[in-house]
Design a protein around this ligand. Sequence first.
Ligand code: SAH
Length: 399
Amino acid sequence: MGKELNIKVKTKFASKISKGFPLVIKESIANSHVLQEEGSIMRLVDENNRFLAKGYYGKQNKGYGWVLTQSENETIDQTFFNGKIRAAVEFRKNYFEDPESTAFRLFNGEGDGVGGLIIDHYDGHYVISWYSKGIYSFKDTIIKALQDTVEVKSIYQKKRFDTKGQYVDEDDFVMGEQPAFPLLVKENGVQFAVYLNDGAMVGVFLDQRDVRRKIRDEYAKGKTVLNMFSYTGAFSVFAALGGAVKTTSVDLANRSLPKTVEQFSVNGIDPETQNIVVMDVFKYFKYAVKKALKFDMVILDPPSFAKSKKFTFSAGKDYTNLLKDTIAITEDNGVIIASTNCSTFDMKKFKSFIDAAFREMNGKYEIIEEFSLPTDFKTVSEYKEGNYLKVVFIKKIKG
Ligand code: SAH
């Protein structure tokens, strides 16, 4: 383990840390010059040298590290990490016991007590995402803690930090018996083909599990469904299995076509019966208007920020316009499922975008469902930004 450094926290920020705020932001540190090697243990003290917490130094976005413990006599060692992993496993006991869902998040960063560390579980195979050089320096200890606690078939890793100006995704495979890809995992009885060795995105976003189930079980039957920013078509597969008349999946990336074909196929749905379109969504909106296409359900799940040849999209600035385009091609009494994973605004702000869009379109609406992260994506109340997911089901009411 790295050596312990005394880090002075400015008075303005000290009480926040005492109350359990887990992120050590850059501006809060008075003597940042002593921080040199990422992975060093920071002994955080206030300006009167009173102990606040211990954490590690690791640069990640605005942060200079994360708090690991508020007790002065706890050491950050193998026992510490074993305890964190054990608690995380215990918390997800129901997930381990559910044969119908074999993919879930095992460790969710600061929500499980170690910011910058994410571990996902795919039927006995694990993917560890390291969000800074600092947390990566604990690699051996954390991997041992995982192996000590659960049965591990194999481990893959994603380095989600900047190494010499580049995000590298090499050396994904760490240890164990490599599965054949695609690896088939289940979610509420539905199959997903995932590729743990294929860059940052493995084929499915696990945080939408509850939303997908809701769509399949209560909203899809008899409906025409448009899935925008569809990636591998996970929402479309659930909609089709729930009895949708037809799904249309739109994504700009070429890879989305074969991947969506594969997700339908592994679930026994003939992809030929569905519509899969490789296109910029903003172009598709124009196309749909021109062809007078309208849908009973439109799913919007854009990235927080995206740049295509013609358009730039930033969730914080452009969501209202995205909704306006969507309202125009949604049937009366149809449902818009608006989702965002943007952590720079909260649910209240998101609803204000929705309200503005309908107002500007002179339309009426009713919010009928709301979702945030599922329980395996554990968060702490002291760090609200960690609960980034906001999903709203909006019924378009005939004006
Ligand atoms: N809804 C997906 C996840 C979306 S990830 C799911 O449930 O799995 C974001 C996707 O948006 C990526 O696949 C990316 O290729 C796509 N994308 C980004 N900008 C786009 C644009 N302008 N038009 C269409 N797709 C876009």
